[in-house]
Write a protein that binds this ligand. Sequence first.
Ligand SMILES: *[C@@H]1O[C@H](CO)[C@@H](O)[C@H](O)[C@H]1NC(C)=O
Ligand SMILES: *[C@@H]1O[C@H](CO)[C@@H](O)[C@H](O)[C@H]1NC(C)=O
Ligand SMILES: *[C@@H]1O[C@H](CO)[C@@H](O)[C@H](O)[C@H]1NC(C)=O
Ligand SMILES: *[C@@H]1O[C@H](CO)[C@@H](O)[C@H](O)[C@H]1NC(C)=O
Length: 570
Amino acid sequence: MAYIVWCNIAIFLSASLVLADNAAVLDALNHAPDHRIKNQPYRTGYHFQPPKNWMNGPMIYKGVYHLFYQWYPNGAVMEVTEIVWGHATSTDLINWTPHSPAIKPSRPSDINGCWSGSVTILSNGKPVILYTGNDRNNHQVQNLAKPKNLTDPYLRHWTKAPENPLVTPNAFNHINSTAFRDPTTAWLGRNGRWRVITGSQEGRRGLAILHTSRDFINWKQSTKPLHYSDGTGMWECPDFFPVARYDSHGLDTSSFSGSMKHVLKVSLLDTSHDHYTLGTYDRVRDLYVPDDGFVQDDTAPRYDYGKFYASKTFYDSVSRRRILWGWVNESSPEKDNIKKGWAGLQAIPRKVWLGESGRRLVQWPVKEIETLRTTQVKWENKVLEGEGSVIDVHGVTASQADVEVLFKVSGFEKADVIEPDWTDPQLICSQKDASSVKSGLGPFGLMVLASKNLEEYTSVYLRIFKARQNSKDHVVVMCSDQSRSSLERGNDKTTYGAFLDISPYQPISLRTLIDNSIVESFGGKGKACITSRVYPKLARGERTHLFVFNNGSQNVDVLNLNAWSMKSSL
Ligand SMILES: *[C@@H]1O[C@H](CO)[C@@H](O)[C@H](O)[C@H]1NC(C)=O
Ligand SMILES: *[C@@H]1O[C@H](CO)[C@@H](O)[C@H](O)[C@H]1NC(C)=O
Ligand SMILES: *[C@@H]1O[C@H](CO)[C@@H](O)[C@H](O)[C@H]1NC(C)=O
Ligand SMILES: *[C@@H]1O[C@H](CO)[C@@H](O)[C@H](O)[C@H]1NC(C)=O
């Protein structure tokens, strides 16, 4: 059992939604509900948005999910020295009840900020938080907090350990005092000692420093880091957990057997991307060894090929699944965020497990999200004629929807041959007019958050290439193109792309969660994910449309399409 806090370094400015019905907490958080914010078009309906500023982490204890997030209580632009642990609870991961902050700067060991960390459930079943404090000298140190009252179902109050700080950087232990943060959920290793890793940097080397402890208070640094990689820069928010080899059940962070694999995820500060590798945890030497072909750097696979950073997983012991949370930043300039009064949100929590190939993780929105579905539109066996069909999906609230399509492609000999130097999917998707070129197979897919006359739209689509001339091997590329997403200038409209490791001879699934200003897409039943943030000026509220399109020369069949309007969560 383990709870986690995420590491999300998010920026949350101001608010309403989540907290609007809880006047006491609003008072406690010192900001009244702001109706201007409530009626804003880009506020999401069913994604978690804290009241203000930044964000941080989750767990489950006695059937209640806890979300702790990095929260900046005092204004529009993030100030790292004043960060607290915001706190909300839920019984379904969808509807959240706000609480006052769980941890606030108050001691010399955290007076300049209570930064990210994680929750661990100890052997006696009690949760504890390990978190990074930015101390009075602006050095990063590790601290412990425990629930004050374990019979409080919401664990609203936390007590800091008198022994804090438990681990400090110094010349003797060679830890960089401004690069030592984000302790993971601890796991029990060989000889019954707890292990925890913390992200760090030595020159250009990124590393996961390992500490061990018997009592969770006295920690000893291992002579070697769990893992490191040169040239990667700072590793933030490391996450280290086991996955089952042959089924999709989650595993407790401390479980170990020869038949499982381990995942090491790090958030690369230099690129703001979360990369993971799969490998083996050597319990005897306390080292992590990535499988052949994986290097813990920016060549490693990503959870999400769009905007998604500082993510963390936790083991949901009730539903026996591992759940991934990621923070999604804005794409708008900071001045717009200040004007909106808020920034950043959480991606929908995703179940994560090891795919059949054993080489990639698979992610899928938690099933609880389906309780928000209302009106449904259903199609079966519709042909998307080649060369420009665009069909309106009538009948759902296109600004807030869940849509899943199953495409069947044929005419593989008509696929274009991929250029040998097209090794970066984002570049393939970003080529000029990539979605309008009439190639053989694709582009086909969805146009979401679209205005009626297509002045604005975000296209999420697939293209299929032959690996080589006369080859029967194909390459599937998934794109999310924001270049036409808004008439507004100034936003980051980067187009994202990912290779999709599937056989195009089988039906291809594409699911997209649309929520006013966020578009979260899952290709091949979760084998590749792309999240983007867009701010349409026309395609808002009831004026929003959802289309299916095919710009390839070959017809593509929609075997089925299911789209649902989504209610807002609480
Ligand atoms: C602990 O929490 C329970 C449940 O909310 C409450 O009844 C009890 O009074 C609390 N105990 C203390 C010492 O605050
Ligand atoms: C320590 O970390 C900082 C980032 O906070 C980095 O700029 C610096 O290069 C690191 N110093 C050493 C000696 O690795
Ligand atoms: C988040 O996006 C804003 C622009 O909206 C940018 O200024 C900021 O640097 C980003 N923060 C991180 C941590 O990526
Ligand atoms: C499809 O092609 C047409 C004509 O080339 C173009 O105007 C349109 O934007 C393309 N559709 C998408 C989704 O890019």
